[in-house]
Design a protein around this ligand. Sequence first.
Ligand SMILES: NC(=O)c1ccc[n+]([C@@H]2O[C@H](COP(=O)([O-])OP(=O)(O)OC[C@H]3O[C@@H](n4cnc5c(N)ncnc54)[C@H](OP(=O)(O)O)[C@@H]3O)[C@@H](O)[C@H]2O)c1
Length: 343
Amino acid sequence: MIKVGIIGGTGYTGIELLRLLHNHTKVEVIAISSRSEAGKRVDEIFPSLVGSCDLIFSLPDDIILNECDVIFFATPYGVAMKGVGAFVKKGIKVIDLGADFRLNDKDEYKKWYGLDHTQDELLLLAIYGLCEINREKIKNANLIANPGCYPTTVALGLKPLIDNKLIDLTNIIADCKSGVSGAGRGANKATLLCEVSESFKAYGVSGHRHYSEIKQELSLLAGENVNLTFVPHLVPMIRGMQATIYVDLLDSDVDVQSIFESAYKDEYFITVLGAGNTPDTRNVRGSNFCQIGVQKAPYGNKLIVMSVIDNLVKGASGQAIQNMNILFGLDENLGLKQIGLIP
Ligand SMILES: NC(=O)c1ccc[n+]([C@@H]2O[C@H](COP(=O)([O-])OP(=O)(O)OC[C@H]3O[C@@H](n4cnc5c(N)ncnc54)[C@H](OP(=O)(O)O)[C@@H]3O)[C@@H](O)[C@H]2O)c1
């Protein structure tokens, strides 16, 4: 059995890791941390786990973590940057769900996160864990930077078009929507029920942290600089994320549907919907799937790509487990086969 530790076990991605790992036949979670709940039973804080989990929250510096084969950091940015090094030195694999190792450029990290990046060597070591793009590199990694939820949704929606050089890379618009769990479990006025229900709004219009990550990954895919407009919105639902992406086709006659189908035919977690269909976030709720629909605008060369995921699963904890499966040579979908919850 692979011994797993989770740092940040009281957050939404931490508890989602526990939920998903419960269905995984090759792992045992031996440690889960919380500074605020240390000493309490996990199922006391999360009664959904009564009968399935005997763990007790420990502090994030508990020595039991040194017995793990892999540790997930489900913590805010800045935490993994300080804590990862000691585990990597001991040969423990680390998967960081936060942003500390996603941006290759330290200046960009400072610009968007307001912190100096102090871990040059770890930054060089880290592999960006978008499984459908970096699978080969992930296999031998020691430190995985698990991608952000918006970057996952957008990059998977654009990969077939960029790989096949089908679009104008200077004019991409990613109009994105997220459920409120994307903001984490910490108390915050902006995510109160009365603030978010029966309404929705754009945020981060003049600059959002995920902009830099999306631009970096699309540019790496294209082998040249990609320009995009990215506007996130907060919508009144708990889970789910949609990217509606507007691009200009270089040749408006190209059969985009078959290009997407062929690009993803061997990808278990990517579903290309039939021609004319639009994805719906609820169809991937609780699952690690990404569903994609493509449609041409009725005139001109505009193509609309719609990509949906569950922000807590393919956008965070599910993809982190997919990365773990690749790291340990397991079937990539082990523990992750559940389909979306309907209704
Ligand atoms: N929510 C999403 O949809 C989503 C998607 C993709 C990526 N992410 C990223 O995943 C990470 C976790 O997100 P989340 O939504 O689960 O956050 P969250 O709900 O705010 O939970 C954060 C967790 O980290 C722990 N923590 C906070 N500061 C810590 C510290 N200094 N040392 C050790 N533990 C600390 C907290 O527990 P204690 O304070 O009790 O220790 C809590 O368990 C973030 O970096 C986030 O950006 C989130």
